[in-house]
Design a protein around this ligand. Sequence first.
Ligand SMILES: [Zn+2]
Length: 398
Amino acid sequence: MINRRNFITNLFALYFLNLMPKMACAFEIIAVRIWPSKEYTRLAIEHLDKNIKIKYSNEKNPDKIIVDIFHVKVNRKNLSKLIKVNLKNTPVEKISVVSSKADHSKIIFYTSPLTRARISSIPSIAHYKERLVIDFIPHTPKDRLLSFLKEYESAKKLNERKRLQKEVKKRITIAIDPGHGGEDPGAIGRRGTKEKDVVLEIAKRLKRKIEKNPRFKVYLTRNNDYFVSLRNRIKRAKRANASVFVSIHADAWVRPEARGASVYILSDKGASSEAARWLANKENLADLVGGEIVNKNSEIAKTIFNMSTSAQIKNSSFLGKEVLNELANISRLHKKTVEGAGFAVLKNPDIPSILVETAFISNPREEARLKNSFHQEKIASALNNGILTFISNSRLRL
Ligand SMILES: [Zn+2]
């Protein structure tokens, strides 16, 4: 029979046996995820080590990027998670892990020549634990904007041939911004539908609809499942010379009954309601959830993007009203007026910008609709009509 003292001693022994190896050296990897894109590939290693110490270096012949992790040892179970990651369509050719000492491991990424890396440690946020995020930038990353502009030029020539030039006095570029992507799934429905996937679908449908009219060109701030920072979304729209910016999202709330569409603009006078403030804060977390790697010049960029003008806000409000009117025809509205708050992705001094919450992904009925191609088409049509009405009523009028 175990007496009390023995029981406690055994308990302590068990406690230490369980914890000792972890305290000494285990680097507990929860998951390894990879997000390839033509611009860059993001690898996220989600782990439990709050005080991770890393260093990274490059070597040639063969090209490799070496990440040194100090004070931890990557055990065999973790190793297999790293090695099994699918490297298809990425500049990484092979990953190997070397544990040189008990408390020092090296992860070696063999890459295609001249691949650059950005590396960052991201503290626990939302449903994620700590993350080590490594971006691999190929030697010649595909410049999506450049190919967009080339495509734009060739389309223009084609239309000239079709004697459309008289009609095409000025082409209008519309930036469509599918929210979230890559590491950042956005809101997740009860059946596992991810906001990042449905909004990309809707955005692609909207692009096809808008471009039926040869006077319009759509620039998608992302066209696949990868992360783009909020600031980069704005920058890309600007460089594409967009006249309108529409960010597409799907809402979520703790209570499944919440439903309906809503439209938001940037507010320079604080949020129009507590709910709008809450939503803006949630959407602004996208950079942290997606694993944004902060660069040194971000402070300068911040001041530039904070200079939103009252003209932009006024125009955004007109655009928002037109879109909201159209959405009212296809679904119930969550908010009957355009609301405002400090959405980072709308901070663009020159371009009328709105953020559309198409429906509540947290509402099972709306989740099902968001996945349904027929309903996605309806949402895309409503957005298309709203945007076109705004354009024909504004100075952008052709
Ligand atoms: Zn969102």
